[in-house]
Design a protein around this ligand. Structure first.
Ligand code: 5AD
Ligand code: SF4
Length: 490
């Protein structure tokens, strides 16, 4: 069954390996640092946060004299940064690990390391299940990689899956792995405290913690100075970002905060990053409907360089299912947030995540997901059927009782409806002119360039005199479900 997010990520991933700038990393890795003669290869799966984490890993390794390679056959260290969000994401990693056995056959000293969410979820068990693996490192232990590598080099298996309440890697300057030199991710927080009942993330990425805003703004400024023109602020739940110089205040839950507490929240951060330069576009992901309040929307309205695009996962259109999912909002609250976006930011594109076939979901409840989609007509959606994850609240509390045939049929209905909406939304853009930030050459033709408009829609156009990294005006002349086509307006 087609799983759009998986397809999208696989596609993204292939982009990464194609675009990966090995030489750039080598140079950055070597600046002032004595190479140790060892090469590492890293491959990432899953969400943008994982791709961003791989840039931290690359930085830690380069700082210790390792040099990157694009070819795993020549690597001394092969790392896979893994995802646990659904069963099939884990399966894909296991299959990929099999490919790496050739590395060991050719080079018996080569080491294979598993990073990220699967490492955290399975811990030492990974070593029993996959004989090939030498190193297992959870998302909060990347600073310890050089020691873990030494341990593995001495013949022992090395594991560090300790989660931290403080680690944000704020002082580590990421090595941009898949860089087009124009767009970059900035991680603003780690972990998640929400405990949605279906989700493994709070277990694999630990408690939520925000990064010092000074280091975030400095990173945005540095990227801008290096020629980047777009940053995406990343967190599992960006709306609950908050910083205080006082660690006691920092540790408080949102409801425990007093008016007198001095807190720098997501609206403040968004504004500060937007002020780096009007030429630096700012995006963010992911918003949580329960925490996305009007203050963020008003900041978006105030700055032209904050993009008019919000990813607001709904998960289900039925309030009872939302309650079982522990999303802590109902359908009415979600619709209220959509109305607020439409009122304050009328040109904003909205996308979502949907899970179908969650425990106990009836046919009627499924129809409510279709009806909320009809009501909102999302520009785009990532759609999944429910995949039970060991250890989650849902796995403990509820039976995974929707038959697989029903899950698949419901997902197909959701995908079909979304296709209609995406096409209708794209058709409505025909004839409109948008400001586009030129990102790269089109995959299909070297005569075409492509870039996004503020609404996050990719537009492909004949290159003319345009150069990568500049803003141009493009008039839309054609569309498909996934992209727009256009021509440059002088
Ligand atoms: N099964 C299916 N989809 C899931 N997601 C998270 N956990 C699961 C699961 N167990 C989806 C949610 C989330 C997105 C990142 O992945 O829609 O928003
Ligand atoms: Fe998972 Fe919910 Fe946190 Fe998203 S907000 S990472 S779905 S627990």
């Amino acid at each position: 069954m087609l799983d759009l997010k998986e397809t999208f990520q696989a596609h993204d991933h292939s982009l990464l390996s194609e675009d990966r700038q090995g030489e750039v990393i080598v140079k950055e890795g070597l600046r002032g640092i004595q190479p140790n003669g060892k090469r590492f290869y890293i491959e990432s799966y899953g969400c943008q946060m994982n791709f961003s984490d791989s840039e931290i890993v690359a930085s830690v390794l380069c700082e210790n004299g390792y040099v990157s390679t694009r070819d795993y056959n020549e690597a001394d260290l092969v790392f896979v940064n893994t995802c646990s969000i659904r069963e099939n994401a884990e399966q894909r990693v296991r299959n990929r690990l099999k490919n790496f056995s050739v590395v060991k056959r050719r080079k018996p000293d080569a080491l294979i390391g598993v990073l990220g969410c699967m490492a955290e979820r399975l811990k030492e068990k990974f070593l029993e299940e996959e004989q090939l693996v030498d190193i297992v490192v959870g998302p909060d232990a990347y600073r310890h990689l050089p020691d873990l590598i030494s341990e593995a080099e001495s013949g022992q298996k090395a594991v560090n899956v300790l989660l931290s309440r403080e680690e944000t890697y704020a002082d580590i300057s990421p090595v941009r792995l898949s860089s087009n030199g124009v767009t970059a991710f900035i991680s603003i927080m780690r972990g998640c405290d929400n405990m949605c009942s279906f989700c493994v993330v709070p277990f694999t990425r630990g408690r939520e913690r925000s990064r010092n805003p000074k280091s975030i703004i400095a990173e945005a400024q540095d990227l801008f100075d290096k020629g980047y023109r777009e940053v995406t602020l990343l967190g599992q739940n960006v709306d609950s970002y908050r910083w205080s110089e006082d660690p006691k205040v920092r540790g408080k839950k949102l409801i425990e905060l007093k008016d007198t507490d001095d807190v720098f929240n997501f609206a403040n951060l968004l504004e500060a990053v937007a002020q780096v330069s009007p030429l630096l576009r700012v995006r963010f992901s992911t918003s949580h409907p329960k925490d996305m309040l009007d203050d963020v929307l008003y900041v978006m309205a105030k700055y032209d360089n904050i993009c008019e695009y919000i990813h607001l996962p709904v998960q289900s259109g039925n309030s009872e299912v939302l309650n079982r999912m522990n999303r802590t909002y109902d359908r009415a609250w979600y619709m209220n947030r959509i109305d607020a976006i439409r009122k304050i930011l009328p040109n904003t594109a909205i996308s979502t995540d949907i899970i179908t076939g969650f425990c106990g979901e009836t046919e009627e409840q499924h129809k409510e997901t279709l009806s909320i989609m009809q009501e909102i007509k999302y520009e785009m959606a990532y759609m999944f059927f429910y995949s039970e994850r060991p250890g989650t609240l849902a796995a403990k509390r509820y039976e995974d009782d929707v038959l697989e045939v029903d899950k698949k049929r419901r997902l197909a209905e959701i995908i079909d409806l979304q296709r209609e909406h995406s096409i209708a939304r794209n058709k409505a853009d025909l004839g409109k002119t948008f400001e586009v930030l030129v990102e790269k050459y089109s995959k299909r033709s070297k005569d075409d360039l492509c870039g996004r408009n503020s609404q996050n829609k990719m537009i492909v156009f004949p290159k003319g005199d345009a150069t990568i990294g500049e803003y141009i005006q493009v008039k839309v002349t054609d569309y498909s479900q996934a992209i727009l086509k256009g021509e440059i307006i002088a």
